[in-house]
Design a protein around this ligand. Sequence first.
Ligand SMILES: Nc1nc2c(c(=O)[nH]1)N[C@H]1C(S)=C(S)[C@@H](COP(=O)(O)OP(=O)(O)OC[C@H]3O[C@@H](n4cnc5c(=O)[nH]c(N)nc54)[C@H](O)[C@@H]3O)O[C@H]1N2
Ligand SMILES: Nc1nc2c(c(=O)[nH]1)N[C@H]1C(S)=C(S)[C@@H](COP(=O)(O)OP(=O)(O)OC[C@H]3O[C@@H](n4cnc5c(=O)[nH]c(N)nc54)[C@H](O)[C@@H]3O)O[C@H]1N2
Ligand code: SF4
Ligand SMILES: [Mo]
Length: 727
Amino acid sequence: MKPPISTIGPMPMASPSPTGPVMSQTTPGTPTHCPYCALQCGMRLTAAGAGAGGRPVLTVTPRADVPANGGGLCQKGWTAAELLTAPDRLTTPLLREHRDAPLRPAGWDEALDFAAARIREIQAAHGTDAVAVFGGGGLTNEKAYLLGKFARVALRTGQIDYNGRFCMSSAAAASNRAFGLDRGLPFPVTDVARADAILLVGGNLAETMPPFVRHLAAMRQAGGRLIVVDPRRTPTAALADLHLQITPGTDLALALGLLHIAIAEGLVDTGYIERRTTGFAAVRTSVSAWWPERAERVTGVPASRMREAVRTLAAARNAMILTARGAEQHAKGTDTATAFINLALALGLPGRPGSGYGCVTGQGNGQGGREHGQKADQLPGYRRLDDPAARAHVARVWGVDPDDLPGPGRSAYELLEALGTPHGPKAMLLFGSNPVVSAPRAGLVADRIAALDLLVVTDLVLSETAALADVVLPATQWAEETGTLTNLEGRVLLRRRAAPPPPGVRGDLAVISGLARRLGQDPAAFPEDPRAVFDELRRASAGGIADYSGITYERIEAEGGVFWPCPSEDHPGTPRPFLDRFATPDGRARFVPVEHRAPAEDLDERYPVYLTTGRVLAQYQSGAQTRRVAALNEAAPEAYVEIHPDLAERLGIAAGERVRVTSRRGTAEGVARISTAIRSDTVFMPFHWAGEGRANLLTNPALDPTSRMPEFKVCAVRVERIPGAAA
Ligand SMILES: Nc1nc2c(c(=O)[nH]1)N[C@H]1C(S)=C(S)[C@@H](COP(=O)(O)OP(=O)(O)OC[C@H]3O[C@@H](n4cnc5c(=O)[nH]c(N)nc54)[C@H](O)[C@@H]3O)O[C@H]1N2
Ligand SMILES: Nc1nc2c(c(=O)[nH]1)N[C@H]1C(S)=C(S)[C@@H](COP(=O)(O)OP(=O)(O)OC[C@H]3O[C@@H](n4cnc5c(=O)[nH]c(N)nc54)[C@H](O)[C@@H]3O)O[C@H]1N2
Ligand code: SF4
Ligand SMILES: [Mo]
């Protein structure tokens, strides 16, 4: 067996708490983390001989020393190394000089020179904001940081945002409002096993983070109870002691009804409310009219079940409320997350070990990706771009005049919608997202992208969006580069290089650096070396909310990860930031009154069925990666529409038939899956496929007023059998 190739030396012996068992130095392979979701399961990569072109073939084994997965992996993790040797992986830049010419192979200098020259031309003609940047929550902290700096310093554009806006922005906004700080889980994920009751709202962890189920199972084994809120009896809901099968888009009414019950039955923790919060009186008044029978009428959840849920949470010594995309991806997602935070505060949960409110973050670096400046309104360290002190600090680190930093730009969907319009950007540089498949109202988004004068996409594969680009740059993959990611519990982790990239491929940092140099920037200000970028990120984040200044690669290795905030090298990191105080000026959490409203688009005669969308176990996001892994594609080969038998009968649809789903924005197709697991007023489509099966041709881009999150989780559709279509 070949020794591991690691850029940062061998694993240390000791692995102090709270990270679990010590790892032996003799374990073969490179210890690292999965390329996909925010659980960031620990795995080892071992070279197992040579494959095509003499490149090492890596095998994956799970790590037991990483508490998040404790030796488990899902099918995506097990097969993650396969994409490294995918036959259609990009290994050379591609270029087209004219929008109607086909893409052809090009050299790196040629491609980067072309991109930089076009950027200069477009900015000279239309101003700096004519060039937009779109990033991703899967990018490492180093990449997200350098991309934000590149936009503000090299391009001097305010037009930068990223796909995290589609992911957790509503819960982030709600947490900032209530706690003064947004760290998805403000506690280690292993705290889940210490709870006696958990209310999981709109999360299907058994499919989206399968090893997370270990923590839920440990909780239940110790006598704890799991309550799941989902319009579908998912594999996760099937594990629950209580399933509230809610009407899509009505979680806010449910939360108001639950709090009403807690107050009416005298179950609130008045001592905690007095000591640790402000604003309860207004919230108490705001839920007074949400008696359970009214909430039942709106949500479809029986009042008796609501009572049972509240009593279970209130009786627990430790309890948690967790929200995920089902509750958050709505035009009222921020208020919905707020309503569940209000409930958690009333029950006295946040800031107590083993209890609390958390948002289950999604992408690999969904947490770190939202902290270091690829967001339209943000500077590194979770600083605000409109805060003069923040601008001054970051400008000093960057060696620029604070007045030269642009102001906040458009949010992700608003940016995509503006592309190629008279007042919108004419060019876009895209890293780590595939919006032609994943953005709401994807038909319009694809048209807007096609209307650009210049699209530059850096990707591993020719994604559906990369196929529209003028310049495509082939990127290294996770196992071929080193960088940090911050997982769902706010723990900063290190992914290590385990193998060399194929010839012709470069990292995102090298792409950003190469473009910056061609735009006249000092190469020293845009280094390619992740460690150099991380050291600058540490300084830029110092004193901010997400303070990484005390975190080093060495500490991450030695300690198995470090929780932020970590303001100095002798600071232990902060696994549970709210134990003594919240991050608000007075140290108290804020109750915020919120009101329920109907989905942005409700049912009518022409569109009489709700559509909700989400994920399946074997596919990841836009599918650009997982559709290229044979075992995953076999497990989940095609788009489908989940339909209740009563609805199917009414519509004359049989299992396995092709059906057409139509909304006000477009039409998509899929195979009918008839199942009693879904409500009879709702159909479900996963969004992982392109072409006719693209669920986002249907979805509603109605945005949350605070977070600018689109309403992925509910719109009105019509469902029909496709006449003559073969079964
Ligand atoms: N296999 C797999 N795993 C993934 C991903 C993936 O693409 N594939 N992506 C990762 C990412 S980026 C994310 S963000 C996470 C997402 O993780 P989850 O939030 O668990 O995933 P979703 O399937 O989007 O939505 C969860 C559930 O919300 C339900 N739901 C739909 N509408 C509503 C509603 O109105 N109210 C409520 N209460 N529930 C509703 C759906 O039926 C679904 O079961 O997963 C991560 N893990
Ligand atoms: N209908 C519906 N739509 C949704 C959702 C939903 O629930 N329903 N969920 C939304 C959510 S939560 C999310 S997070 C988005 C995600 O949707 P996308 O933003 O499209 O996410 P991915 O498919 O992960 O896209 C990542 C792209 O970057 C490439 N890539 C991977 N790693 C790297 C890297 O290191 N560098 C570079 N340059 N490229 C890389 C991949 O090959 C892929 O093409 O989808 C959103 N869309
Ligand atoms: S749960 Fe997420 S991090 Fe873990 S193996 Fe699966 S995709 Fe990877
Ligand atoms: Mo996400």
